[in-house]
Design a protein. Structure first.
Length: 237
């Protein structure tokens, strides 16, 4: 254990805890689908398995070789200063992991909080939709403010947030925001380029899945997002 630091243990516990948390939540959509015999949760669980293997492998590497030797191998592989910058960052302290965990909790708060409020307040379907809209707006503001100091946590959270919003707000509204958000978190700040590239990516996806393959992408179930998604489908088909 002499090669291990507290940061190594915290990092391994964080990633394995996250994998366990997401795996337990995967039972919420563990359903059979006609076009894929392994069900809707197979691919997410496969990705979680890869994350767990990577976390265990990294922990074992630090345990057996130590950080100094691992960093020496990285230095030989690259001389562009990226590794030195990473070592000087704040990505290995408990505060960063706690903040990242709070970011990762945002999608799951959205998936559960509106239902809890609807049950507690005896809301009907319109009331539930209003609760979801308000909750989504508040959490999106929190997400935007939080990622300013933690873009890595934002990159980890954004796909989960996209998946949480997908059923209610539809692919046709959330996908452009997801593409633009990904480019922004990766460091792109040229809005004209972001809009053009985003439009190209979304256009290719829509042409492939909607016009050619006739795949039923989610249109959402909350007004006016449902009407918007339906209008796009009717226009393309």
């Amino acid at each position: 254990m002499r090669n291990l630091r507290a940061g190594h243990i915290v990092e391994a516990v964080f990633w394995l805890g996250l994998v366990l948390f997401l795996y337990l939540n995967s039972f919420d959509f563990d359903q059979e689908i006609e076009i894929y015999k392994y069900g809707a949760s197979a691919w997410p669980r496969a990705i979680l398995l890869l994350i767990a293997v990577a976390a265990v492998g990294q922990f074992a590497g630090h345990w057996l070789r130590g950080e100094n030797r691992s960093l020496g191998m990285l230095d030989k592989a690259s001389d562009d200063g990226a590794e030195a910058a990473a070592r000087l960052s704040d990505h290995n302290n408990p505060k960063w992991y706690a903040w990242t965990f709070l970011l990762l909790a945002i999608p799951f708060i959205y998936m559960n909080l509106p239902e809890i409020l609807a049950t507690a307040l005896s809301l009907e379907k319109p009331g539930l939709h209003t609760a979801k809209l308000l909750c989504a707006a508040a959490l999106l503001i929190v997400f935007i403010l939080a990622i300013r100091g933690n873009p890595v946590g934002g990159m980890l959270t954004l796909p989960l947030l996209f998946g949480a919003f997908l059923q209610d707000f539809g692919f046709y509204f959330t996908a452009p925001l997801f593409v633009l958000g990904t480019m922004y978190l990766m460091g792109e700040r040229r809005w004209k380029s972001m809009i053009m590239i985003g439009a190209l990516i979304i256009g290719i996806l829509l042409a492939l899945f909607v016009s050619l393959l006739y795949v039923g992408l989610p249109t959402g179930n909350i007004s006016p997002f449902y009407e918007f998604g339906t209008a796009v489908v009717n226009l393309l088909q």
